[in-house]
Design a protein around this ligand. Structure first.
Ligand code: F6R
Length: 615
């Protein structure tokens, strides 16, 4: 988690790094720092807080500039967020500086060893240990920076993306990765380094993504040398032409990225099924599914692994796959799956879902499943991400960059991809008739317009948000396909407004949560027409008789729930398996407005990071 930016070339490094760090703040934002080399002096400035705090501090502390620099925005792992623990970290001699994303697991043993050799540590971080280890190797082995980094990393256990600068070799930056992403932007006579491509998109569209266990020595006015950290073999740099543009990662007139991303969903869903769903010919074509059709059809079961919101998308997919394609599905938290000695066979298909494609637990679950011989299919948003590369095959959600830390369009586009796969498999297995299939495709194509319609309730939802913004607890209830949506609604509220919320299957309410209900408890009930409607109406009656406040998510024109609920929010009617794509929208807006009304930082909620690359 943590964002890394670096620059080496003819321009001033400072503005490139600061603007780059702002774009990477979604990766962590409890402290930030920068190191700049102006040709003679190496200056470091760092602070607890956000990149704007760093800017303010820099203004006072650093007057000269330079055309080489590295910068960091942090999500703390070792050591509380404070000025001292912020990156960059100096080595004891003051010659080396490092920025690091990840965790050095054996840092304590390394630290003790370095202390014995006379090293002194100012911070509590594993990163300061690493920079001093590199310094020690450099001294002991009498080698250049690149070699010292390589030898040191071979002694390290853990995960890292690092950038190291040595003022005694001021024409180069050395970078390396294992488990945390790192990209190099290749310009004319200049190079950019970043955790993702967003910091350098306006300068160059040519990028090299380092693979795990690779390092690169990036020299001014020279070629990049990429090597394998373990065996020192040279790697041919593969320069990709990026297709994304800057508009896609800016706010486009919206107050927050989260709101922009909520509103982008009609477009994002369309982009996700475009070219895959062909209604006229009544086909779904996804090359990665076609190429592996035999594996899907021979599968005993599908195991879905994911975390957080992506896990909720997996739960929705469980209903869809079982219902349409009649394939048994198990949905697992990646973090639990990887540690519980799961039974996986060669006849299992594992689907890993991840927006970022970098989530450490999901990545580890994939590696475990692969080691047991399962076929692993990825559903990722970030192109070229670690999970996209680690899986045997996969399908991208074409949601575009998701910057708001709370996931919105990633969720609906994940459901879109998974629904397409389920429908394709259902057709191949003959578990859906051709007329139903056609009807499903027709309805699928209407979803973006229906999401637009659901978004029209925004002002109404804002009013409801204003009524309930000061409560301390919320319950979310749903059944069937909409049970995972209830979980997702509760998660969205928790993470950005810090109001406690729980999601339950509506019928489970009477097995415990009903005890919580009184006149102060708002309960969001997803009660759309299809899917156990009468049963959910009965649950609403039960809430009503205990004086709970009911916010019903209902189908347009609903009468029954309207008669009982304190508020209703309408969504257009659709087929049951597609309903999560609509019922999610008001829940996203409700949490967004409550958080804004409470004055919370919607795009960067406390303690969270967009990409969780640590366990
Ligand atoms: C919630 C949220 C997280 C992520 C989770 C998995 O809004 O964003 O719960 O869904 O950290 O991340 P990915 O999908 O990147 O693997």
């Amino acid at each position: 988690m943590c964002g890394i930016v670096g620059y080496i070339g003819p321009r001033e490094a400072y503005p490139i790094i600061i603007e780059g760090l702002k774009r990477l703040e979604y990766r962590g934002y409890d402290s930030a720092g920068i190191a700049l080399f102006d040709g003679s002096e190496l200056k470091v400035c760092k602070t607890k807080g956000k990149v704007v705090d760093l800017e303010a501090k820099l203004y006072k502390e650093i007057s000269s500039n330079g055309s080489i620099g590295i910068g960091h925005t942090r999500w703390a792992t070792h050591g509380v967020p404070n000025d001292v623990n912020s990156h960059p970290h100096y080595s004891n001699s003051g010659n080396l500086v490092i920025i690091h994303n990840g965790i050095i697991e054996n840092y304590d043993a390394l630290r003790k060893e370095l202390i014995k050799r006379g090293y002194v540590f100012k911070s509590d971080t594993d990163t300061e240990v690493l920079v001093n280890l590199i310094e020690e190797v450099k001294k002991q082995e009498d080698v250049k920076l690149g070699k010292a980094v390589q030898i040191a990393l071979n002694q390290v256990v853990g995960a890292y993306a690092i950038a190291v600068f040595d003022k005694t070799q001021p024409n180069e930056i050395v970078i390396a990765r294992l488990g945390s992403p790192l990209a190099i932007g290749v310009g004319k006579d200049e190079f950019f380094i970043a955790s993702d491509a967003s910091p350098f998109l306006e300068y160059t569209k040519n990028a090299i993504y380092l693979e795990d266990e690779e390092m690169a020595i990036i020299r001014l006015n020279k070629d990049i040398k990429i090597r394998k950290i373990k065996d020192d073999s040279l790697v041919d740099p593969y320069v990709q032409a990026l297709k994304m543009n800057l508009d896609q990662i800016e706010k486009g007139g919206f107050e927050h990225f989260m709101l922009k991303e909520i509103y982008e969903q009609p477009r994002a869903i369309t982009d996700t099924y475009r070219g895959r769903l062909n209604r006229e010919e009544a086909i779904i074509k996804m090359s990665s599914v076609e190429d592996n059709m035999k594996k899907f059809l021979a599968a005993d079961r599908i195991i879905i692994v994911a975390c957080g919101t992506s896990w909720h998308a997996g739960l929705v997919a469980e209903y869809i796959f079982e219902d349409l394609a009649r394939i048994p599905v198990e949905v697992e938290y990646a973090s639990e799956f990887r540690y519980r000695n799961p039974i996986i066979t060669e006849k299992d298909v594992v689907i890993a879902i991840s927006q970022s494609g970098e989530t450490a637990d999901t990545l580890a679950a994939i590696k475990l499943a692969k080691s047991k011989g399962a076929f692993v299919f990825g559903v990722c948003n970030v192109v070229g991400s670690s999970i996209a590369r680690e899986t045997h095959a996969g399908a991208y959600t074409h949601a575009g960059p998701e910057i708001g830390v709370a996931s919105t369009k990633a969720f609906t586009t994940q459901i879109t991809v998974l629904s397409l796969i389920a429908l394709r498999l259902a057709r191949a297995k003959g578990t859906i008739s051709s007329s139903d299939f056609r009807q499903h495709l027709l309805e699928f194509e209407m979803i973006p317009k229906k999401v637009e319609k659901a978004l029209e309730a925004d002002e109404h939802i804002k009013k409801i948000a204003n009524i309930y913004k000061d409560v301390h607890n919320f319950l979310y209830l749903g059944r069937g396909y909409n049970f995972p949506v209830a979980l997702e609604g509760a998660l969205k509220l928790k993470e950005i407004s810090y109001i406690h919320a729980e999601g339950y299957p509506a019928a489970e309410m009477k097995h415990g949560p009903i005890a919580l209900i009184d006149e102060n408890m708002p309960i969001v009930v997803i009660a759309t027409k299809k899917g156990h409607y009468e049963k959910v109406v009965s649950n609403i009656q039960e809430i009503k008789s205990r004086k709970g406040k009911i916010i019903g998510i209902v189908t347009e024109g609903d009468v029954d729930v309207r008669a009982l609920a304190d508020h209703v929010i309408e969504v257009p009617e659709t087929l049951e398996f597609l309903s999560p794509l609509l019922t999610t929208i008001p829940l996203q807006l409700l949490s967004y407005h409550i958080a804004v009304l409470l004055g919370k930082n919607v795009d960067q909620p406390r303690n969270l990071a967009k990409s969780v690359t640590v366990e």
